[in-house]
Design a binder for this molecule. Sequence first.
Ligand code: BG6
Ligand code: MG
Length: 219
Amino acid sequence: MAEDIRALIFDLDGVITDTVELHYRSWIQLAGEVGLPIPADFRDMLRGVSRRESLKRLLNGHTVDEETAQEWMRRKNMYYLAFIAFLTPEAILPGIMAILDDADRRGIKKAVASSSMNAKFVLRKLGLFDRMDAISDTSMIPRAKPEPDLFMWAAGRLGVLPSESVVFEDASDGVQAARAGGFWVVGLGDLALEKAHVRYPDLSGISLDEILKAVAALQ
Ligand code: BG6
Ligand code: MG
């Protein structure tokens, strides 16, 4: 039953805000400086994958020594920090605020589970840090998505079971992670999210009531 849902757990990049583009632009800037060609579909390749894995995908089979890898990841993050310094609540994607407000009215808890080490900073810039009951990032858990650790940590912190929680994800690794943990999953966007329980192009005009009913219909 929909009444059994006690928590919403959001991925951050590409779900709450469109930082996907900012990660992409930061890598493009680095790639230009160090003379790396940009793989086809590179923007979508970055969705939901760690900083290290993003570099690996940019290198596209080439290798660099660890010192160079660290320096390039550090430099990419500096560019990313410069971009996110300008984020404001206006960058919150359509539909999110209404869902958060409705969750509050219903007494449903809210959390963010993000692969980004910058998640807390981004949430502060968006004005959402204090609205979340829990925030997990990769500094807190041993295994990144597609393992379920980020979502399990958040659920544990909220005191809810995975089966009582709905996860919102835009990346296939994230959908896989949430499914592996036994969560209900709403997939957003047009990537390979066929494993999500419910799918929408985005959350614009989608009410929490509609989502809870769609989940309840699967139970
Ligand atoms: C994910 C993004 O949320 O975080 C990825 O979708 C990004 O694109 C990853 O690589 C890691 O982010 P950060 O900020 O720690 O480099
Ligand atoms: Mg994402």
